[in-house]
Design a binder for this molecule. Structure first.
Ligand code: GLN
Length: 559
């Protein structure tokens, strides 16, 4: 079968859940036995979101091959279980950089470089996932091949046009945005070129006007008109709505927008995003896509394991309260951690109630009150000084009160600093990130980082090997595996000079990188559950395979 391409665009307003719809389509096609990948094209100029503040863009998601990407890639991976790579997250900045680098290299000698065709051609190449004959990785450094730990071949992925039955491309932003115009032009051209091998799915919003007591389709009509004005006729419309849409309304939309009735589906508010694939399947979204492409629809897949998960989710009503100690009071900033905790809760038959606890407000006087009622605490990742002391105070409290505690990246570093200050007695212990003058730099800049001057894409990124210590709590949680791979995003690291001293006093280094000997996991075995990871396990938790550390953490919290 030729590779088929599905383009997902959005209109009317942002935040309609294009990422969830794209992930759901991926899941449904996968359930039919197809090899699928999902990619996101973002119209901003940054090369990647790695340098963006989480308030601007939410969490930065990291792929196994070390690309800092949009949080929608997290949805793709959690829904489908696939590993995305650097080829699944493209920005306008990356497109332009490739074209400009090529121009400087002399690849277009004699030609004027223009948005059409040069930028649009590069967008098309990336959408099609064709290799660049001139430069296989678009002149970008830090590619999978250079990864020091030599990732297993299935991680690298290549552009892999031939290896997918379906390539789903989600375009960020909203129709009508000036900056997404080249992406739309690329889609228009590709549709023409690919014929039935391409399908356009457009997501819009149907608002309910309370005063008129009516659902309104006009914004959808306008949005589709805008798309048609760019030469793109959508094949399928997904209408986001807070109220059920009846057939008459769907019929109206279908006839105004030149779309078949069966191709107008609705995406109602759901109690959980994980209900969306099932709702889409019930309405025949995947069947509609297949009919458009001209593949026999066949039987509807049962999606048994997904349904089992949803049943578990519906049954999990007993609540467990977990404190999320961090500095960003924004849902999306810790997206993958939130989802990982929720998923681990469901598999432990409990409903995780997350409480954001702003570390900036935590003091020794109020910490007991702030953490009151929490069965466990997660000390969140982050960068910079803000909220640091509050995190350390929270860790001191959970350690001395034996409350299950999970430190992730910066959170793990705070566990180490707290231990150094209050158990080893080094009052000035700190990370070199916050205090370069400290005499006790228990967290230090990694050797390989000392010569780094550029900010973008230069952290220690992506999946690295980690060897687990036999008999440790972590090792047991991972099902007694010897070697694991987890994803990283950091510049600072446990200072190995202190390893012996920490271990003598009860904090064990139970996860070590076999090549660099960096300490990746610490734990205090004496406590019920007190584990810090330098890596981000949250990127590897999926709906059907919740992460073992989150599973074990929740288990301890409810014990
Ligand atoms: N700021 C810390 C470092 O760079 C931790 C990073 C993180 O939490 N992702 O090492």
């Amino acid at each position: 079968m030729n590779t088929k391409y599905i383009f997902v665009t959005g209109g009317v307003v942002s935040s309609l859940g294009k990422g969830i719809i794209s992930a759901s389509i991926g899941k449904l096609l996968q359930a039919r036995g197809y090899k699928v990948t999902i990619q996101k094209f973002d119209p901003y100029i940054n090369i990647d979101p790695g340098t963006l503040n989480p308030y601007e863009h939410g969490e930065c998601y990291v792929t196994v091959d070390g690309m800092e990407t949009d949080l929608d890639l997290g949805h793709y991976e959690r829904f489908t279980g696939i590993h995305t790579t650097r080829n699944n997250s493209i920005t306008t900045g990356r497109i332009y950089k490739t074209v400009i680098d090529r121009e400087r290299h002399g690849d277009y000698l004699g030609k004027t470089i223009q948005v059409v065709p040069h930028i649009t051609d590069e967008i098309k190449r990336r959408m099609l996932r064709e290799e660049d004959p001139l430069c296989p990785d678009g002149h970008l450094p830090h590619n999978g091949e250079n990864h020091p730990d030599g990732l297993p071949p299935h991680y690298g992925g290549g552009l892999g046009r031939g290896s997918f039955d379906f390539v789903i491309t989600e375009v960020g932003g909203t129709i009508g945005d000036i900056e997404s115009a080249p992406f739309m032009e690329a889609i228009r051209q590709l549709r023409w070129q690919l014929g039935r091998d391409a399908v356009c799915v457009h997501l819009t919003y149907v608002p309910y006007l309370k005063a008129a007591e009516e659902l309104k389709t006009k914004p959808t009509q306008h949005s589709v008109k805008e798309l048609q004005g760019m030469g793109i006729q959508p094949d399928i419309l997904v209408l986001r709505t807070e109220r059920h849409l009846d057939d008459a309304l769907r019929m109206k939309v279908a006839s105004f927008c030149n779309v078949d009735l069966e191709c107008v589906v609705q995406s109602e508010d759901m109690p959980s995003i994980y209900e969306v694939p099932v709702s889409m399947q019930r309405q025949g979204l995947d069947a509609a896509i297949m009919r458009k492409i001209g593949i026999p629809v066949g039987e509807t897949p049962s999606m048994k394991s997904w349904h089992d998960f949803l049943d578990k989710q519906r049954r999990a009503t007993r609540e467990v309260h977990i404190g999320l100690v961090g500095k960003y009071d924004l849902q999306d900033a810790y997206k993958s951690i939130r989802e990982s905790l929720n998923l681990a809760g469901i598999y432990n038959d409990v409903k995780v109630k997350l409480h954001f606890i702003n570390s900036e407000d935590i003091t020794p006087d109020n910490v007991a009150e702030r953490l009151k009622g929490m069965a466990g605490a997660v000390i969140c990742p982050g960068f910079g000084q803000r909220g640091i002391e509050g995190k350390i105070t929270a860790v001191e409290y959970t350690r001395t009160h034996d409350i299950p505690t999970f430190g992730i990246c910066l959170g793990m570093q705070m566990m180490v600093i707290e231990f150094a200050r209050h158990v080893l007695g080094y009052a000035d212990a700190h990370s070199m990130e916050m205090d370069t003058a400290t005499q006790h730099n228990v967290i230090d800049l990694m050797e390989e980082q000392k010569t780094v001057t550029e900010m973008g894409g230069t952290m220690r990124l992506g999946a690295y090997d980690c060897e687990l210590a036999n008999g440790s709590r972590t090792w047991k949680a991972y099902g007694k595996k010897q070697l694991i791979q987890e994803r990283h995003r950091h510049r600072y690291e446990f200072n190995n000079q202190y390893q012996e001293e920490f271990e003598q006093h009860g904090m064990q280094c139970v996860g070590i990188n076999p090549t660099s000997h960096l300490v990746e996991i610490v734990e205090i075995p004496e406590l019920r559950w007190f584990i810090g990871t330098q890596f981000h396990p949250e990127y590897a938790s999926t709906v059907l395979h919740p992460h073992p550390l989150f599973m074990d953490f929740i288990k301890a919290a409810i014990a």
